[in-house]
Structure formats: C-alpha cells, structure tokens
Design a protein around this ligand. Structure first.
Ligand code: TYM
Length: 327
C-alpha cells in the first residue's frame, strides 16, 4: 500500500525559494511513490489581516504554481481547503479537545502574536487545530514540510493520539518529513531570519516568478560577511545560506561545492548561484504562464480534486461524529 501524503501552503503572498526547496520540490520528487493530497490552505490565510480580492488572486496563483512546479493531477488530488467544509467542522471538534497549554507553546504563534499584540485573532491562536484537521481528515501518514512547520505537525500527531485515547482508535498518526538540505532557507537581507512570504523589502526573498534581472540584483546584494573563504560554516549565516541554496539546487556535495569556490570571491558565489536559481525557475515560470492562460483548466483540476477526496472525507467524519457521540 502506498503511503498517503498531505501538505499545504498558505496563499498569503508570493511563493519564494524557501517554499520551493522546503516543500513543493520534495512533493514533486516523491509523487510517484505516494498517494498525494496537496491543498491551498486559504482558511489559514485569513487568520491575519488580508484583502479578499488579493486572497482570491493568490489562491489561483498558488494552484498555477503547484502545477507549474510539476505536481501532476493524475498523481495528486489538488484542492482548496474552503471547498471541503469538513476541515472547519473537524477543527472545531479538535478545538474542544486541545489543551490551551499546547497552543500557547507554539513558537510560530508566540512570534506572530508579539508583532500584533492585542489585535491578534483567536483564529491565529487555534490555527494548529485547523492544521491538525487538514492532516488527520485524510488519515495521512506523512507530511512533507519545511523545518518551521515541524512543531505544528507534531501537535497534529499528539492530537490524533489524544483523540484515539479518548474516543477509540480513529486516526492514523502522521509524521513530519523534513529533508536535510533546504528545510530552512534564510532571508537574503538578514540570514538570521527565515525567508518568509510576509517579510517586506525587496532584498529579502526570491519569488518563484521573479525575472532573471531581479534575481541577479537580489543575490548580488545578499548579506555576507567580511571574511574570504567560501566554506559551509554555520557561524557565518549569510555565506552558509547561499551555499545551502547552491547545494539544494545543484545536488552537489559540500566538498564539491567548497572545491569549486576555493580561491574565488563572493561576487563569483553570488553570480554562479544567480545563474543556478534562474535555470531552476525558468521552466517553472514558462509553464506557469502557459497554465494560467487557460483558467478553466485550473477550475477543472480543483473540482476533480474535491470529487476524488469526498469518499475519504465522509468516511473519516462519519467515524469521528459517531465516536464523539454526535450521531
Ligand atoms: P507556509 O505557507 O508558511 O509554508 C509552506 C511550506 O513552505 C515551507 N517553508 C520553508 N521551507 C524552507 N525554508 C523557508 N524559509 C520556508 N518557509 C516556508 C513550510 O515549512 C511549509 O512546508 N501552516 C502551514 C500550512 C499548512 C499545512 C497544513 C502544512 C496548513 N495546513 C497541513 C502541512 C499540512 C504554513 O503556514 O506553511
């Protein structure tokens, strides 16, 4: 039996190289080996301030990018979270059995609520219960994500265990799958912070749809340090991040990469990396423009995804409602 894989991305701004290397690229690489479900998690995107028209646009852009990056609707069910209302039904049920302490420990909530203080929404606080619902609804075995989502996937696993203990064996226990290289791509402007969709500023992230000239410019300005040697040294976060991106895209070993840059300067590193990034993104961008020129195709893929998932969604929810005494 193939392992069932579920993952998702928030449609909250342009996808960047971190989302690609930490998530989508790995989904694509494993899609033949697994039974795949990939979601555009629009209900997670509304936990912070947003514009309805921009959200609608981002959802379509994200589906276009899923397809352009190589997800094949023959191998994957692709869909939008709000098109399957059981996600929020299950999230409510999970809210009722999730201890507040578990949610208070989530580092992502702590970071985001510090920025927003009193304005922080209740939805942002209970976000991990909705994410657990996304994963557990499909009896998922593996959740391929970047490093920053590990804690949330572990909470989903803990909740599955808690539910099974309280109400009887119902859910598969999911596991996070995190690749060694590319699981935490850092900002180009500040390599001590992870590359993020919500960080403003032109020099922070590389967008998957950035044109070549912009990619060269952003990389040429990336923060490095005043040393010379180009080696993988985590104590030098700027150079380490650039080399890690190089490693993820080239598939070369650290030794090969260090040998390639021996005696060379940062300008060469940035220039070579820019050409590697451009070569990786060019075919994605070409496919993206082709796919989005036929919007009916996207609608068709999304509708097909929902139809394919219906039986699984209904069988899980039937068991859950019965186990909890709601039927
Ligand atoms: P999101 O939308 O922030 O990110 C989507 C995916 O990209 C990964 N990622 C990164 N990987 C490497 N380096 C980075 N700088 C970087 N930034 C982001 C994330 O780890 C993620 O895999 N809560 C989730 C979305 C979600 C979800 C789910 C994921 C909702 N329900 C169920 C898996 C399963 C989020 O906000 O991801």
């Amino acid at each position: 039996m193939k392992k069932r894989v579920f993952s998702g991305i928030k449609p909250s701004g342009t996808l960047h190289l971190g989302n690609y290397l930490g998530a989508i690229r790995n989904w694509v690489a494993d899609q033949d080996r697994c039974e795949n479900i990939f979601c555009v998690v629009d209900q997670h995107a509304i936990t912070v301030d947003y514009e309805p028209a921009a959200l609608r646009q981002s959802v379509r852009e994200l589906v276009g990018l899923y397809l352009a990056c190589g997800l094949d609707p023959e191998h994957c069910a692709l869909f939008v979270q709000s098109h399957v209302p059981e996600h929020t039904e299950l999230a409510w049920l999970f809210n009722c059995i999730t201890p507040m302490g578990w949610l208070q420990r989530m580092t992502q909530f702590k970071e985001k609520s510090e920025e927003q203080r009193e304005q922080v929404s209740a939805g942002l606080f209970t976000y991990p219960a909705l994410m657990a619902a996304d994963i557990l609804l499909y009896q998922t075995h593996e959740v391929p994500v970047g490093e920053d989502q590990k804690q949330h996937v572990e909470l989903a696993r803990d909740l599955a265990q808690r539910f099974n203990h309280l109400f009887g064996e119902t859910f598969v226990l999911p596991e996070p799958v995190i690749r060694k290289v590319g699981a935490r791509v850092m900002g180009l402007d500040d390599p001590t912070k992870k590359m993020s969709k919500s960080t403003e500023g032109d020099g922070h992230g590389i967008g998957l749809l950035d044109p070549p000239a912009l990619i060269r410019k952003k990389l040429s300005r990336a923060t490095t340090d005043s040393q010379r040697q180009i080696v993988f040294d985590p104590a030098r976060p700027g150079v380490f991040n650039l080399l890690t991106i190089f490693q993820a895209l080239s598939g070369q070993s650290r030794e090969e990469i260090e040998a390639h840059f021996a005696g060379k300067g940062y300008a060469q590193l940035k220039g070579d990396l820019a050409e590697l990034v451009i070569a990786a993104l060019e075919p994605i961008q070409a496919r993206y423009h082709q796919i989005t020129s036929a919007p009916e195709y996207i609608d068709q893929v999304l509708a097909q995804g929902v139809v394919r998932l219906r039986p699984l969604v209904e069988s899980t929810m039937l068991r859950v409602r019965q186990a909890m005494g709601l039927r």
